[in-house]
Ligand binder design. Structure first.
Ligand code: SAH
Length: 342
């Protein structure tokens, strides 16, 4: 059955035309879908006959809140949603001075196998549709009463492993008659699928690309991130240079410091050399401990930061929001549903 919220405006026009309605009905429908209508009955300006046809022939996705946790420390809200097939995903809403930012999931689970990550423990269950990615924003806004101004594709899953749906999602969320969130307010985080980064570059979008680098040398990176065995650091950096050349957008590199694995001075030096004069921004992260993993957070964060800064690299340290509510991705889903636990 056609999943309505994943359809572009043109596809909605084709649909309503096929159902014997004038094209302007597609605009009305688009509006209802993106405003978070939960049933066709709510769509009061559509003729009853059309509402009936839509109910019979299409599917309207409405995720249900399974759990909601609000941080007492900083107001961060974490949602665990149940999708229409029973699978669960997470979204996190964070409030900053400049507005509200949402972290959305792109897949149910993940197949990338990063050693430090809770989301990958149970493997990939399935990819989300464009509408299901969009739903997280629509229903977080509706549920929290807060308007979302920024989006990070940094929740459960690897967005570039779900390329078509993510591109479709970007087009939908960008639409001024829908949520109208501009590309410059969107970040996409990837573990480094180089071919897909090259493909993304060809669209020349103004979004921010975040690359989860986590190590500048192949031995350490392969230990932390199996994807590095297929796409090594040289190949990844080639894609990053290409991405900057195509879009003019500075890339952000995520780097979670892990005790004894990627926190040595020589690694800071190699990272600085690798980035060279490519406009970039390194985001240092304190590793979140995952119970199933032996990896520990590093105590060398400041030293590592200084060493990079001395070599002219722009560095920020990620603020930790929602520490009291398991706000790191994958943790709530795993805890509530027992995923990946033995
Ligand atoms: N698959 C994408 C996006 C989801 S992960 C990616 O790999 O970028 C979002 C970010 O959280 C990534 O930078 C990831 O490496 C990081 N991350 C995952 N588990 C973490 C942990 N336990 N501690 C710190 N960062 C973690």
């Amino acid at each position: 059955m056609i999943e309505l919220k994943s359809l572009s405006r043109r596809e909605l026009e084709e649909l309503v035309t096929r159902l014997g309605q004038p094209k302007f009905r597609a605009g009305q429908l688009f509006h209802w879908l993106h405003a978070g209508a939960e049933s066709f009955e709510e769509m009061t300006n559509l003729p009853q006959a059309l509402r009936t046809q839509l109910r019979e022939q299409t599917r309207l996705t409405v995720p249900q809140v399974v759990r909601k946790q609000v941080s007492k420390l900083d107001g961060t809200i974490k949602y665990l949603w149940r999708l229409s097939d029973g699978n669960c995903i997470e979204s996190v809403l964070m409030s900053y001075q400049h507005g509200n930012s949402i972290c959305v999931s792109s897949e149910v689970g993940c197949q990338m196998g990063c050693a430090f990550c809770a989301s990958t423990l149970g493997g990939l269950v399935r990819r989300l549709s464009a509408g299901e990615i969009l739903d997280q924003i629509i229903f977080v806004q509706k549920e929290s009463g807060r308007k979302v101004s920024n989006i990070v594709l940094m929740g459960i899953g690897e967005p570039l492993d779900n390329f078509e749906a993510v591109m479709r999602f970007l087009e939908l969320v960008n639409d001024p008659d829908g949520l109208g969130i501009g590309m410059r307010h969107i970040s996409l985080s990837t573990c480094g699928l180089a071919d897909k980064i090259d493909k993304l570059a060809s669209y020349r979008l103004q979004l921010t690309l975040s690359v989860s680098l986590h190590a500048p040398d192949d031995a350490s990176r392969s230990r932390l991130m199996p994807v590095n065995r297929a796409v090594n650091v040289d190949r990844l950096m080639e894609s990053c240079r290409n991405y900057f050349a195509a879009t003019g957008r500075r890339i952000s590199y995520e780097y979670a410091l892990v005790d004894g694995i990627n926190d040595r001075d020589w690694q800071a030096d190699l990272l600085a050399r690798r980035l060279g004069d490519l406009p970039s921004h390194v985001n240092l992260i304190t590793l979140n401990e995952v119970r199933e993993s032996p990896l520990k957070p590093s105590r060398r964060l400041r030293a590592f930061q200084q060493r990079l800064e001395q070599q002219g690299i722009t560095v920020t340290v990620r603020r930790r929001l929602g520490r009291d509510i398991d706000a790191s991705c994958g943790q709530l889903r795993r805890k509530t549903l027992g995923i990946g636990e033995s």
